[in-house]
Design a protein around this ligand. Structure first.
Ligand code: FAD
Length: 345
């Protein structure tokens, strides 16, 4: 009966004042912190400072002590670190159980998780177990200081409007956050903080699905999020061959190839290259959009680029509204000229 009462109380809501502190999940793979983990430390730091509370990075893994140190240097006040062979590889059951136990014991008011494949699996599992809400795939976070509420903003209705979502009666307030959107925290060798070892109450029976082997994809993933220069192709290229010109220009500039969804849907290029709402969010120093109209869903992934160059034969194409430099013309005339000009540099 007691268990049911507790469950019911949780469903109705909790005493929000019992919950304090901002947590970010520091996702690591094979002992390397993901960029999104560092972005979340940056964003979490701002939120924690605004709320005058502590920022804790939650780290799970096997013998990744050096990452705990790194998280402190990036700006976490505390690192809550669960170290176990059972946590070496991500499993839904294992990670959910340990983080649920942490939340149950320490009661944070906010928890942010990167919207990676793992984060998208882990976030909903934890939120369901704690009986709280989760806003998936946030692109912006603000704080309503008076009510200590996280204002979680994400694209809705196919990116046609931005919805701001709150979680008034339950804690923690949970969001998954799009990789590449928030600014990374700055590393500072002199920062100090506390590393707390959390002893996980976990045994192999708790993990129902076992990872037998990790098989890596043959082709290296395109590192769009990291790229300083991106040359992207759109439907204006007309066919898959058009991407040869995009590749040539990218190579000349020392950049990588991006694409609009129209070209991915047409099968001209793999999904790993897609920029936009359902692709990658990028913020390179230079983004060259070739034959891309500038649909809102594409802009959502690239409009924070430092310098945007657009090549389009339609002078009224919406991409010109966000472009710093616009070239009105046919990609098949402009691109070869640009490539040739770069040959002579
Ligand atoms: P088009 O819109 O067809 O534009 C082609 C452009 O090329 C035109 O402006 C045209 O003037 C120009 N052009 C044609 N020929 C030439 C030439 N020879 N030289 C120069 N210019 C030329 N889109 C994304 O990109 N990323 C996403 O992540 C994404 N997610 C989406 C999610 C949802 C839920 C929905 C509904 C849509 C999404 N879209 C996304 C699709 C988006 O709405 C657009 O359909 C898509 O971005 C259009 O791609 P495009 O600009 O290449 O093609």
């Amino acid at each position: 009966v007691k268990v049911i009462e507790k469950e019911e109380a949780k469903k109705r809501g909790v005493n929000v004042d019992e919950y304090r502190g901002v947590w970010v999940f520091a996702e690591q793979r094979e002992g390397n912190l993901l960029n999104v983990a560092i972005e979340l430390v940056g964003e979490g730091r701002k939120i924690a400072d605004a709320l005058e509370t502590e920022l804790t990075a939650v780290l799970l893994g096997n013998k990744v002590d050096d990452l705990a140190e790194k998280l402190v240097k990036y700006g976490a006040d505390k690192v809550l670190y669960a170290d176990s062979e059972l946590l070496e590889v991500y499993t839904t059951d294992g990670y959910t159980k340990v983080i649920y136990d942490m939340i149950d014991e320490i009661k944070p008011e906010i928890m942010l998780i990167g919207a990676t494949n793992i984060g998208r699996d882990l976030g909903p599992r934890i939120s369901a177990r704690v009986h709280t809400g989760l806003t998936a795939d946030c692109t912006r976070l603000d704080v309503d200081l008076e009510n200590r509420r996280l204002m979680q903003t994400r694209p809705a209705f196919g990116g046609n409007l931005m919805a701001t979502i709150i979680c008034p009666d339950h804690r923690p307030q949970m969001s998954t956050v799009r990789p590449g959107v928030m600014e990374k925290a700055k590393y500072d060798e002199n920062r100090t903080g506390e590393i707390i070892k959390f002893t996980p109450n976990l045994n192999s029976e708790d993990i129902k699905a076992k990872v037998i082997e990790v098989v890596k994809g043959g082709k290296a993933e395109v590192q769009l999020e990291e790229a300083k220069i991106i040359v992207s192709g759109g439907r204006g290229l007309g066919n898959t061959e058009g991407f040869k010109l995009i590749e040539d220009l990218a190579k000349k500039l020392g950049g990588v190839v991006g694409a609009s969804r129209a070209t991915v849907d047409a099968g001209w290029i793999e999904h790993g290259h897609q920029v936009g709402q359902t692709g990658k969010t990028v913020r390179p120093t230079l983004y060259v959009a070739c034959g891309i109209s500038g649909a809102i869903q594409h802009l959502a992934g690239m409009q924070d680029s430092k310098v945007i160059v657009a090549i389009n034969k339609d002078p009224n194409a919406p991409i010109f509204k966000v472009a710093d430099y616009g070239i009105v013309g046919d990609v098949y005339e402009i691109l070869p000229e640009l490539i040739e000009a770069l040959d002579n540099v």
